[in-house]
Design a protein around this ligand. Structure first.
Ligand code: R1P
Ligand code: URA
Length: 290
């Protein structure tokens, strides 16, 4: 018998929409572009030929429409992996749980989830403006450690080797390593994005090694991360959502990939704050290839 999801566990608003996103099941496409910044949603949707619906609540802004005949939803997540837990669980529920009976649908629908974000580059071949695709994501955020099948979906070899090479300090939690979807990676990163490992952090300052006035637990961690290499892969970039997105997608049977544009290079100590127009190039590439 199918599991029943009680009112407190799957909260459905009076208009039949899911609790935080305020989307109703019929408003969600199978292809979803996720962006952090709610303002980036209109930029993505400006390329749509037709707009079907627009929904906004807190940092969650969504538009569903059509791009070159493909039905696509663009959804903002706000900043951080805690929001990804909300967004991916609610998108999955919209497709795979019957909101009337509150039970799982017999047929599973696989979502294609592509995040278009901004990131910090950690290698000299990732200057500002570079498009970086995440082949693997290492999560410093801890989210996937709360789910039962964590060890089945994680790349335990890379985790172990990462902890060894960077002399991991247990005070800062338990990092996990997950793969982004290989088919999406090949199709969307093609041969013009830099591929490698992305580290997703539970913060922008201390967790990414930015020391303003509060001293860090391990001030050498970024240098050790930059030097890390395993099976031909290096860590290219820091951002804040890719590990939670890839991990939850593996747990729930969806395909996920994160592609980011570098806006700051941590090794060159440079930043570009005028990136809002150039990220449109990454948006067009992803819309064409999704
Ligand atoms: C931090 O400035 C935010 O920017 C990056 C990080 O992952 C974090 O969300 O992504 P977005 O530009 O998609 O928000
Ligand atoms: N987003 C991040 O999370 N880090 C950066 O350095 C830039 C964008």
């Amino acid at each position: 018998m199918s599991k029943y999801f009680a009112e407190s566990e799957l909260i459905i608003n009076e208009d039949g929409s899911c609790f935080h996103l305020h989307l109703r099941p019929e408003q969600l496409a199978d292809k979803v572009i996720l962006v952090g910044d709610p303002g980036r949603v209109s930029l993505v949707a400006s390329h749509f030929e037709e707009k079907e619906c627009e929904v906004e609540s807190r940092e969650f802004h969504a538009i569903t429409g059509t791009y070159k005949g493909k039905r696509i939803t663009v959804q903002s997540t706000g900043i951080g992996c805690d929001n990804i837990d909300i967004v991916v669980n609610e998108l999955d529920a919209l497709k795979n749980i019957d909101f009337k009976t509150r039970t799982e649908k017999p047929e599973h629908t696989t979502l294609t989830l592509v995040r278009i974000g901004t990131c910090g580059g950690l290698q000299l071949n990732c200057p500002a403006g570079t498009f970086v695709a995440s082949q693997k994501s290492i999560g410093f955020d801890g989210l996937i450690n709360f789910y039962a099948r964590r060890n089945e979906i994680c790349d335990l070899d890379t985790e172990k080797e990462f902890k060894r090479q960077v002399k991991w300090n247990d005070q800062i939690g338990n990092p996990y390593c997950v793969d982004n979807n290989p088919e999406l990676l090949d199709r969307i990163a093609a041969d013009d994005m830099v591929r490698g490992i992305t580290i997703a952090c539970g913060g922008f300052y201390g967790p990414q090694g930015r020391e303003l006035r509060a001293p860090l637990a391990d001030p050498e961690l970024n240098a050790k991360i930059e030097a890390f290499e395993y099976n031909g892969l290096r860590v290219n970039n820091f951002e804040m959502e890719s590990s939670a997105l890839a991990g939850l997608s593996l747990l729930l049977g969806h395909k996920a990939l994160t592609c980011c544009m570098v806006i700051a290079n941590r090794r060159a100590l440079s930043a570009n704050t005028g990136y809002k127009s150039t990220i449109d190039n990454l948006i067009k590439v992803v819309l064409d290839r999704i």
